[in-house]
Design a protein around this ligand. Structure first.
Ligand code: SAM
Length: 221
């Protein structure tokens, strides 16, 4: 369960997060996110939840992924880094982003998005919390909206599954030292997405299946 230590923890690791995740994943975390952008899909209003230090936002804006962005993160240090990055690199586009420092519950209630992006965000929750988080975010998705999901994955192959479960548990141990997430195993993302009327448009694995990116389309008519 998240608490004040979660915010303080993400604030502490914010300056190093990008470099550490690049080194640890041999740059594949970035690749898994860039793959989503390489599909050349275009949207009018995108919501990025738990976007972190703004690396993905910057690339998304360079690619013209969406006309407008809502960018929400619980860590004020992450939000500041993201804001500064856009101010410095794309100052003219700054007005197309609304930065919100807060939890996913703080998304303005009346806003709907034709794209929701959760880049390595949903792994911050247990199975029970994940249900609530996805339900809350889903309420902000338009009827034919798209969801860019990218996160860790446990493959079906028995040997890999054993190895990757252990790697992921080690990562949780490290992150819990700082962020006290109270989570020590990956929630079942697939099962949760299956509860909704999503069509899986595309899927790509990285790092032997340790990472996955999926593009879901909402199908409510
Ligand atoms: C594992 S990091 C991923 C950062 C970035 N998306 C990336 O891939 O480099 C998770 C991010 O989610 C944010 N976060 C965690 N819990 C959150 C919550 N309840 N609401 C909004 N953001 C949250 C953290 O502050 C952090 O920036």
């Amino acid at each position: 369960m998240q608490n004040q230590r979660t915010i303080e923890g993400f604030n502490k690791i914010a300056p190093f997060y990008h470099v550490v995740s690049m080194i640890f994943s041999l740059n594949r975390i970035r690749k898994s996110q860039m793959w989503l952008l390489s599909q050349n899909m275009k949207f009018s209003k995108a919501l990025i939840v738990g976007g972190g230090d703004g690396e993905f936002l910057l690339e998304a804006m360079k690619k013209g992924l969406s006309e407008q962005y809502y960018y929400i993160d619980i860590s004020d240090a992450m939000i500041k880094l993201a804001q500064r990055k856009i101010e410095k690199r794309l100052p003219l586009s700054l007005k197309s982003v609304i930065f919100i420092c807060g939890s996913y519950q703080d998304i303005p209630y009346n806003q709907k998005f034709d794209l929701i992006i959760t880049p390595y965000f949903l792994d911050c929750f247990s199975n029970d919390e994940l249900s609530l988080v996805i339900a809350k975010l889903y309420a902000h998705l338009t009827n034919e909206g798209t969801w860019f999901f990218t996160d860790f994955n446990i493959p079906e192959n028995k040997t890999r599954s054993y190895i990757f479960k252990n790697i992921i548990q080690l990562l949780y141990r490290i992150i819990n030292v700082f962020c006290d997430l109270g989570v020590n195993r990956l929630p079942d993302f697939k099962k949760e997405f299956h509860k909704y009327k999503f069509t899986l448009l595309q899927e790509q694995y990285f790092l032997g299946g340790l990472l996955v990116s999926r593009i879901y389309k909402n199908k409510v008519f």
